[in-house]
Design a protein around this ligand. Structure first.
Ligand code: SAH
Length: 419
């Protein structure tokens, strides 16, 4: 079958040659042929040199997403090969048979719009938690999947068939309820896609057990990208090695990833704050699951308000973690996001004791590392505090950062001592 071709305007190939996979509507000079929505097209520069194969979507400003730098079909063999390569990368750092991880991170793994998070564990047993033992036969692996481009939306059969071959799982939950789908002209949807999906899977992370709600939790059910940052933060749960435990605040705690890591590392007390009642209930359940209920208290509140209440009440913490949702969802909201991040960090800095530690994150690609650093400088200045930088971290290795595709580097996590 003859493929349609997208011919770019002069110079619009530059970014693509550097590794960026998106062709915007205004970069296209002409379309040859009549590609159907979701079809595979060949992308050519203005001198008709091929840049590769892409998924076409006439309803999106991102008119085409390159999935291969050589012309090839996006068939089952392509998905098998791509998923196998993604798996090989994870095997460098993780054990995919035993650890939960992001198996496919969209464009960064050459699979535009496809997110596959793998959760290894046991279905939550009603009333008891014995099922989490590694010898338990109910143990297995499940996927939480997001199809965020028309290209992968229309190729679910090929993707499922490829997974059966290279990464078999017990069931797949579809979490195509991310709002970016609307930019692709796709409806929001979540539900069971394949196999059996238990209500919750109890996973292990850094030696702690967490229940992941595949169909009902936020995003894919669990924020895997913060795995390494949770253990990095937990190193500061004590005032010094072997010293007394600190009082910790985990703001925007979701199901308590940071809170429990700090409690297990010896924090004297952990206060976890989230505005979502489901998240607060999950923190309490996860604390109980790990025998940490006596040291973890979860509060349902707006974190901005709660920080102000702590300040007014002269409450102090030795460690504060800030992990808010993305305040900047696009270029236009960067300035208002700046004010939000600054206000938040300012309030946190006011309640950290001398010599205490701030762990502050931003998961917004649009709010870049330099802005983040500048925001922190200003927050520290306004709070009358000094920051001594300990670590500047990013997302964990199962969310690879690739050159030429800046969007792949989105998470910032700065750890600093406060005086
Ligand atoms: N730290 C978590 C992930 C945080 S995701 C982890 O390690 O897994 C961001 C969280 O912020 C979500 O759980 C969301 O419910 C919560 N949230 C959003 N707006 C909030 C607000 N104004 N106050 C408190 N929590 C908020």
């Amino acid at each position: 079958m003859e493929r349609a071709r997208l011919i770019l305007k002069p110079k619009e190939d530059f970014r693509l040659r550097g590794g960026h996979p998106w062709v915007y509507d205004n970069e296209i000079a002409s379309v040859e042929g009549d590609p159907a929505p979701g079809a595979e097209v060949e992308v050519l520069d203005a001198r008709r040199r091929s840049l590769g194969s892409a998924f076409f979507n006439p309803a999106s400003k991102i008119r085409a997403r390159i999935y291969s730098r050589v012309a090839k079909p996006a068939d089952q063999a392509f998905f098998e090969e791509s998923i196998a390569r993604a798996l090989a990368w994870r095997r460098r750092f993780f054990d995919p048979e035993r650890q939960s991880l992001r198996l496919v991170f969209g464009e960064a793994d050459g699979l535009p719009g496809l997110i596959l998070d793998s959760f290894v564990g046991s279905p939550e047993a009603a009333g008891s938690d014995a099922a989490a033992s590694p010898s338990e036969p109910s143990r297995g692996r499940w996927l939480s999947a997001q199809f965020l481009s028309l290209g992968v939306e229309t190729r679910k059969d090929e993707i499922l068939a490829a997974l059966t071959r290279v990464f078999p799982v017990r069931g797949i939950a579809e979490r195509s309820d991310a709002s970016v789908r609307t930019l692709e002209g796709l409806p929001l949807f979540s539900g069971k896609l394949d196999g059996e999906v238990p209500e919750r899977v109890v996973i292990d992370e850094n030696g702690l057990r967490f229940a992941v709600d595949l169909l009902g939790g936020q995003k894919t059910g669990w924020y895997l990208d913060q795995r390494a940052n949770r253990s990095a933060a937990s190193r500061f749960a004590l005032e010094r090695a072997g010293g007394p435990g600190r009082r910790v605040l985990d703001a925007f705690c979701n199901a308590g990833g940071f809170a429990l890591a700090c409690a297990a590392a010896g924090a004297a007390e952990v206060v976890a704050v989230d505005s979502s009642p489901e998240a607060v209930a999950a923190v309490a359940a996860n604390a109980a699951r790990n025998g940490l209920s006596d040291r973890v208290r979860a509060i349902e509140a707006n974190a901005f308000d709660q920080l102000r209440l702590f300040e007014r009440g002269h409450e102090r913490f030795g460690l504060v973690v800030l992990d808010p949702p993305a305040f900047a969802k696009n270029r236009a909201s960067v300035d208002s996001a700046y004010r939000g991040y600054k206000d938040l960090n300012l309030r946190a800095l006011r309640i950290i004791e001398d010599g205490g530690v701030l762990v502050t994150c931003s998961c917004s690609f649009w709010f870049g590392r330099e802005r983040f650093a500048q925001m922190l400088e200003e927050a520290a200045r306004d709070a009358g505090r000094r920051l001594r930088m300990i670590e500047e971290r990013g997302q964990d290795l199962d969310h690879p950062v690739v050159s030429g595709y800046g969007e792949s580097r989105y998470l910032k996590c700065v750890i600093a001592e406060v005086s």
